[in-house]
Design a binder for this molecule. Structure first.
Ligand code: MRU
Length: 354
């Protein structure tokens, strides 16, 4: 079904979590949501790296945007002596903050290219801030474009339900969202019956962020335990499972929040479509396959406890990989701002990103 895309200016972009003020960066502390809306002000790159590591800010595109602003802050607050060494050190620290989402490294490489072309600190301050702002703006534009491509690809004529995982909304991006951008777009077109949001153990991005973000914007959302996804697909009209990505490799494998792989298996069994929505900054053509991607493992305390309350025997061994790899063969479509890769494989990926 052909749809007329709305101009970006008419669209609500949702609740964003990143505000840039030129000499400081404000991040909405996502660890405290939905209970408290608390903004953290950062004036240096070290605070930005720490905020990424601690998940004050999270979501692949948001991590990349924040890191870019981190480099801009490093220039802004450089001592004036060996400013180049200071900026290089900041880039190294930012790159070490989280390993899996490639948007972080993509953004830092962009910032590094600009940095290498600067001849003075004044020039670096100006140009690095400009580049970070461009990364931020381009992400929002990509989200609008992806939502339009996805709608066209889905081609629905009557409302249907979708199931999503983790948080891929305005909070995880420069605004609007990736998978949740598609959800917003379906809602705008009155094609959305319901969004089932996996709560997304252990960090609960679905419960704490997605349910909050969608309810705030009046988008019909039902929260479910991750283990209920199969029952929902069996009993409800879930036509599409729509998720984001932290890294998409050259063969079309998708690395995303732990639990995504099981959803792809379930979707195939229940004949629901499985769509991945991510900007091209999430595509890593230098990485051959998902098995090559470093998967972050976080502290077992995230599973043993919730906000200090014990949920398991103290000291029990925990395996806590926070991402998994969905093989390309289980994916129906990868939607990026550059277009859609249908039934992804190495040839389709090369045709769009080669
Ligand atoms: O650990 P997180 O919360 O940073 O993980 C986020 C996800 O896995 C998202 O699904 C992905 O980054 C896409 S965000 C648009």
């Amino acid at each position: 079904m052909a749809t007329t895309p709305k101009p970006s200016s008419e669209r609500s972009i949702g609740t964003v979590a990143i505000r840039w003020h030129g000499s400081s960066l404000e991040l909405l502390d996502q660890r405290l949501l939905p209970g408290e809306e608390h903004w953290i002000t950062l004036e240096g790159a070290a605070g930005v790296s720490q905020s990424i590591r601690d998940m004050v800010v999270r979501g692949a595109p948001a991590i990349g945007i924040s890191a870019a602003y981190g480099v801009a802050l490093a220039a802004r607050h450089a001592g004036g002596g060996d400013w180049k060494a200071e900026i290089k050190q900041a880039i190294r620290e930012l790159a070490a903050s989280r390993p899996t989402a490639v948007n972080l490294f993509w953004a830092l490489q962009r910032m590094e290219r600009v940095f290498h072309a600067c001849h003075s600190l004044d020039e670096a301050v100006k140009r690095l801030a400009g580049e970070a702002e461009a990364i931020h703006e381009e992400d929002l534009a990509a989200n609008f474009a992806m939502a339009d491509h996805a709608l066209e690809f889905i081609g629905a004529e009557a409302p249907f339900s979708v199931l999503t995982h983790c948080n891929t909304g305005a909070l995880a991006t420069g605004g609007y969202g990736t998978a949740l951008g598609v959800v917003r777009r379906l809602h705008e077109e009155k094609l959305l019956a319901e969004v089932y949001a996996d709560e997304t153990r252990p960090w609960l991005q679905g419960g704490r962020l997605t349910a909050w973000e969608l309810s705030r914007d009046g988008i019909p959302v039902t929260l479910n335990a991750d283990g209920a996804a199969a029952a929902i697909m069996a009993r409800k009209d879930v036509r599409w499972v729509i998720v984001g990505a932290d890294r998409i490799t050259a063969n079309g494998d998708v690395v995303n929040k732990i639990g995504t792989y099981s959803l792809a298996v379930l979707a195939r069994h229940h004949k629901a479509g499985f769509m991945v929505v991510a900007p091209s900054s999430t595509v890593d053509m230098a990485m051959a396959a998902g098995a090559d991607v470093p998967i972050e493992e976080r502290d077992g305390i995230e599973i043993r406890e919730i906000r200090g309350i014990g949920l398991a025997p103290e000291g029990v061994k925990v395996f806590n990989p926070v991402f998994d790899v969905t093989p390309a063969s289980l994916i129906d479509a990868i939607v990026t701002e550059k277009g859609v890769v249908h039934n992804p494989n190495i040839t389709g990926m090369q045709a769009l990103f080669g």
